[in-house]
Ligand binder design. Structure first.
Ligand SMILES: [Zn+2]
Length: 173
């Protein structure tokens, strides 16, 4: 097993990851644009006087050339670099997602008894309703969907409980 970093080393590593992602985020679109320009005239933009910023997409000649090459030829070095940047970023993202999956999987699983526990809202008022999802019963979950994801107030819980008791009494009569 490889040696484990200290918390400080780990944070340093994650900081580098974020800083790298930020550079890709900022420079990516510019490089993709440049790789199209290189494909258009055969020279990197920087080698042209005046910056060569003549990528007017309304220019029919430019548009025709850009459409023909569609992101530059495979032999162009800038285009190759951009392709590599895109490919490796996707690989890194897949690896990061897998790492995050490992992180989530390392937490202890939710106890079965917790899953079949009572609704936390009902329990707060001394009532017992089986929880379905999000630690709440079906009725409380339905309430949240129509009330901006806020829990039902005690008055609503009491009204519901009264209705339930009334129903039971009626069916028993
Ligand atoms: Zn409930």
């Amino acid at each position: 097993m490889s040696s484990r970093p200290t918390a400080a080393q780990w944070h340093e590593l994650c900081d580098e990851l974020v800083a790298t992602a930020k550079r890709l985020f900022v420079d990516g679109p510019e490089l993709m644009r440049r790789s199209r320009e290189v494909a258009r005239d055969g020279y990197p933009t920087s080698s042209l006087s005046g910056g060569g910023r003549s990528s007017d997409v309304s220019d029919p000649t430019y548009r025709l050339a850009a459409d023909l090459v569609d992101g530059g030829g495979p032999k162009d070095p800038v285009n190759r670099a951009v392709e590599e940047m895109l490919r490796l970023t996707r690989v890194a993202l897949a690896a990061l997602r897998a790492a995050d999956g490992a992180r989530a999987g390392a937490f202890p699983p939710v106890e079965r008894s917790e899953l079949s526990a009572s609704c936390v809202v009902h329990a707060a008022y001394g009532l017992d309703q089986p929880a379905r999802s999000g630690e709440r019963c079906r009725w409380c979950n339905d309430w949240r969907k129509t009330h901006d994801f806020t829990d039902p107030p005690e008055s609503a819980i009491r009204t519901l409980e009264d209705q339930r008791i009334e129903r039971e009494m009626r069916s028993a009569a």
